[in-house]
Ligand binder design. Structure first.
Ligand code: ASP
Length: 416
């Protein structure tokens, strides 16, 4: 994408957000001909989300098959996997440590428990009952028995494994069909990228309706009681996004400024959709076309990162558990705090990139620590707004990992 074009999209999206906040605010409670404006915005925003989500599976499958098919031909697949997981783990760990650090610097004790909020606890959440069940659930997602069912359920981990196997299998096929198939999947992927490009033209409209929906339905209104928690999480996310990640990029020889320029359309999409999975097509477009990361790296690091590299979510979970414990007047031991770190890391690695996925992981962590799961009601008022910000960090981290792995692999991406 040309530079001027990139900037125009960003400016349009920023204007859309500002307009959405103003118009959304004045649309609260207003209906036209019996139709609530908030639900009209919701429907139109959902159309945009559907368009994005619709192409996720074919985009991920074709990009992985084409990418891995050519990767394995030169034997570099294993090495890429190791480098990718190195950055996934480093980024999540840094984020979680920022969370723990902030909480230990600031005391929550002066903020009195608001236990009557517990009645706001969502009731219809399906939970694994033990650590073993959780592990089983994740493994069954990675190894589904029916790939079409997995695709129709949006099971990204299953699709990823199948596509990786397909790519590996493709590299082992001998004869002319190998080249033909590889070309087919490369062509398929190119088409999906063009479709992404078309959908991106509607980005300002999609963002407008999604943000207007949230504002018009009072989504930003009720967070005064946990304002302090909100600030700590925002501060942590900002520290990761504007300090830790740029330092990591810089250390790999990339220019943080160029990085933000390249990925900003993906970040605003993440903000307005609260879903890193729905943002995936745009993240890939930014990483490949704007940042110039090769397809073989982008197609592996970014889609897998959508399931595994939930950096912002890990930071959020960690702060949330420590906050809840403080609000309940429970002192966590050092061992328990270490467990919070490990559990935040693990649950964030198996999370779906959908809105509010963190709430489920949070309940799992609370259960494991023996804290009352109902207490997530304490932070529900700020869930929506924090979801938007942590999704931005999730997407920024996936894209950042792709850039760093690419540089590590010798690609001169976004040089500083
Ligand atoms: N909404 C987040 C995402 O899609 C996941 C979460 O933290 O709830 O990346």
């Amino acid at each position: 994408m040309a530079k001027a074009n990139k900037n125009t999209i960003l400016i349009r999206v920023i204007i859309a957000i500002i307009l959405a906040v103003i118009i959304g605010y004045y649309s609260q409670g207003i209906s036209i001909g019996g139709l609530q404006l908030a639900s009209l915005y919701e429907m139109l925003g959902q159309l945009f989300l559907n368009a994005l989500t619709m192409i996720v599976i074919p985009l991920v499958a074709s990009s992985l098959i084409a990418g891995i098919g050519s990767l394995t031909l030169d034997g570099s697949f294993g090495r890429l996997g190791v480098k990718t997981f190195f950055y996934y783990i480093v980024t999540i760990l840094v984020a979680v440590l920022i969370g723990v650090g902030l909480v230990s610097l600031i005391s929550f004790d002066q903020f009195k428990p608001v236990l009557d909020k517990m009645s706001e606890m969502p009731t219809n959440i399906q939970l694994p009952s033990s650590g073993y069940d959780l592990l089983k659930q994740i493994l069954f997602k990675i190894f589904p028995s029916n790939i079409f069912l997995a695709a129709s359920q949006g099971n990204m981990l299953g699709i990823i494994l199948f596509s990786v196997l397909f790519g590996l299998g493709l590299s082992k096929v001998s004869g002319p069909s190998q080249g033909t198939l590889l070309k087919f999947w490369q062509g398929f992927f190119a088409v999906m990228m063009s479709v992404t490009h078309i959908i991106m033209k509607f980005l300002p409209f999609g963002v407008f309706f999604l943000v207007a929906r949230t504002v018009a339905s009072g989504g930003f209104a009720s967070f005064s009681s946990v304002g302090f928690f909100l600030l700590i999480v925002l501060l942590g996310l900002a520290l990761f996004l504007f300090v830790a990640l740029p330092i990591m990029l810089y250390m790999r020889g990339a220019s943080p400024l160029k990085y933000f320029r390249a990925v900003s359309p993906a970040l605003v999409t993440a903000f307005s959709t609260s879903s890193s999975a729905a943002t995936l097509p745009i993240t890939m477009e930014c990483v490949e076309r704007n940042a110039g990361v090769s397809n073989r790296i982008c197609s592996f690091v970014v889609p897998l990162g959508t399931s595994v590299n939930m950096t912002g979510s890990a930071l959020y979970e960690c702060v949330a558990v420590l906050f809840i414990a403080a609000m309940l007047g429970i002192d966590l031991t050092i061992m328990q705090q270490a467990m919070v770190v490990v559990l935040s890391l693990l649950t964030a690695m198996g999370m779906a990139g959908i809105p509010s996925a963190s709430l489920i992981s949070l309940i799992i962590i609370l259960n494991t620590l023996g804290l009352p799961a109902e207490s997530i009601a304490l932070i529900v008022p700020v869930e929506r707004i924090l979801d938007m910000f942590r999704t931005v960090v999730n997407v920024a981290s996936e894209a950042g990992c792709a850039v760093m792995v690419a540089r590590w692999e010798g690609e001169n991406v976004l040089p500083r």
